[in-house]
Design a protein around this ligand. Sequence first.
Ligand code: TTP
Ligand code: MG
Ligand code: MG
Length: 366
Amino acid sequence: MNERIIIAVDIDYFFAQCEEVRRPEIQGKPVVICVYSGRTELSGVVSTSNYVARALGVESGIPISAAKRRLSNTDAVFLSVDQEYYKLVSDRIMGAVHSFSEYFEQVSIDEAFLDVTNATHRDYESAIEIGRKIKDQIKDLEKLTCSVGIARNKLLAKMAADSQKPDGLSVLHPDEISVFLDPLPIGKLPGVGPKTEKRMKELGIETISTLAHFDPGILADEFGRNLGPQLARLAQGLDDEPVREREPEQFSRIVTLKRDATSFNFENELRSMTGDISRRLRSSNSKCKVVGIIVITTNLKTKHRARTLDVSIDSEQEIFAVTSELFKSYFESENSKTQARRVGIRVSNLVSSERQESVSNLSEFF
Ligand code: TTP
Ligand code: MG
Ligand code: MG
């Protein structure tokens, strides 16, 4: 029997919720996270918004000018994206989610899958328990809510998670799949974008059930020999994609200082972070080529400095040497103008240390 149990996790209104957590005073107001293009004061698009703003018609992808109009009579808060900050929060959450199963795949900044087939002995009750623990842990760690979906494959787990947002936990038992899928509009099927949706409607396909039973020949003609039949399979709830571990691209750690700093006076905190990063590099058999520091100032600005190294490294001492230098030169250049509230380090451009070893072993023969 190859029946699986997959858990999907997606953070609710991720960027906007991160901002609500670090600026509690904006909670309850419409919050809009903007990507300003810089051309004019208002040009750009909405990255995401909280549910208060969504209820007023403001969602991902609409122009900022439209969002301003729709929220003109409210106390809405418009903030610029702070991708670096969200990435730090995401890294910590993903680290925590990963600890629930070795079969883990992160698919975007706020979304991951776990295969818990073995861990649960194919028992949905114990998968629900894991889902609850994941939600509790993300809440404890970062004060964020997420939505969890549990089903027999990635497609259905994701759709289940999406079906009960925010703060949901939705389980789709194998015998409930068609009742869940059939009546949904085709736009809810991952893979059906606005263009495909429009064309499908012209063909009279409104619901997932209609798509599931549609003439495969016509679908292949209309949407391509691969995509057409693939869409029909998805509409039947079929998906064999495994949960695939992806190589991490970077590791980071960040701490809040006991006292705001205007100089590098947090050696102990830095040692603890470099020790942690070094252990994470070694346990994933990687070394890093780029080492960077992160400073979050008392007025919530995020600043970065990074250095690309000639040789990749993984030791605590080496990472400490580079990051302490970066911190010193950061504070010198800032000239005590800003105070650091949180400080962090990040290593990236990871290379496999095994591959390096095998290359150097080989070179000994020549
Ligand atoms: P999503 O998970 O798609 O959306 P969300 O977390 O904001 O809202 P929810 O899951 O509750 O529906 O995307 C995660 C983040 O990715 C989102 O917070 C901001 C960013 N994003 C964009 O910048 N532009 C976009 O068009 C979308 C969809 C997301
Ligand atoms: Mg999300
Ligand atoms: Mg997402």
